[in-house]
Ligand binder design. Sequence first.
Ligand code: NAD
Length: 388
Amino acid sequence: MAGLDAFKFNQETKTVDAAKKVRIGIIGTGWIADSHIRSYKKQPDVEIVAGCDLIPGKAEAFFKKHEVEGVKTDYASHKEMLDDESLQLDAVSICTYNRQHAIPAIYALKKGVHVLLEKPMCVTLEEAVEICRAEKETGKILSIGFQPRLDANMKMIKRIVESGELGQVYYIQTGGGRRRGIPTPFGTTFIEDETAGLGALADIGCYSLDMVLNAIGYPKPLTVSGYKSAFFGTDPNYSNYVKTGHPEYAKKFGVDDFAAAFIRLEGGIVLDFRISWAMNMDTSGDTLILGTKAGLRIPSTECWNGTIGGPMTIYRELAGEQISVPVPVLEQKEGLFDCKIRSFLDACKYNLPAPVPSSQILYNQAILDGIARSSELGREVEIHIPEI
Ligand SMILES: NC(=O)c1ccc[n+]([C@@H]2O[C@H](COP(=O)([O-])OP(=O)(O)OC[C@H]3O[C@@H](n4cnc5c(N)ncnc54)[C@H](O)[C@@H]3O)[C@@H](O)[C@H]2O)c1
């Protein structure tokens, strides 16, 4: 390595040492695993050595579809795969449904394997704490799959807050909503309690929370008054069930399709949150960050999945006049999934901090858990996060 290239290791994208292969396994070969494998295949320093799924034959068919050869798939579960020491796994992508996040993640970490765990981190705060403890005990890399925060415009939100342009942030409104968007076209793992555990609240709510909490430095959540409902998902006449010929999904629906909450954070900041997979409204509103010097509006999208719906605007005062300043949309050159996979690999190879650390997402999970708990109890609850 010579000249300017010598600095590449210190930059965000590392020079790839293709000779040093990272041996990867994929746990759960459903829908999102497609995005993982497509990105892994682009990396010159990856060898995909194993994969597993609870459904017999699914992993084998998955690697065949993606034309990846020589992958061992004859495992009945994550446990059998992680117990196979002949694989010499360096890292795994965990692409299972939410209720199967904590168990394989803890098992993999304890087997000495780095983990890229899909979002949401898990279902309950207790699970999140156990995952963080396994990470601490083993010293392995654990990154949570929040690729939206790697987007140039998401990073811009954080840069705006950190620049001091907004002054002291004291109120945030966030969330997002789909009018009719319960994710059932691929089956029912997102809507059944035994697989998903939480619905819109965790599936897309975790993105809204990450967008703003990451920007303001993830202050600790203190209390939450939460609400969740399931009026659309449990209705056999829900229009998308009718259109796709699946009224029986209404009986399977065991999670939320709408949630709202008022959350108090350390530092006197309040967070007003709402999220929906289905509602009788076009949008549940843009994300607003109010500060003492300026406010920031972040447009929502129709299908909230962690992307920004257009140029952001800053509202502030200039020489006694109220002005609004558009923030140009920045070009995101690399695919976010490729960034997510590459940054995880770099963390594993060069022992860098996890790109999306569990210490932050623990607070995200604590809020989701607090909203669910508060909703069930019908009152505000305090959030207590045990020592890791
Ligand atoms: N980051 C993103 O953009 C994004 C997008 C979609 C989904 N996700 C997340 O990815 C996860 C999976 O979603 P999906 O749509 O792929 O679900 P899916 O139901 O299509 O796939 C999950 C697969 O995991 C398998 N599985 C479950 N437990 C297992 C275990 N212990 N061992 C081996 N296999 C197991 C299931 O049999 C299933 O095939 C969810 O948590 C979801 O929130 C993330």
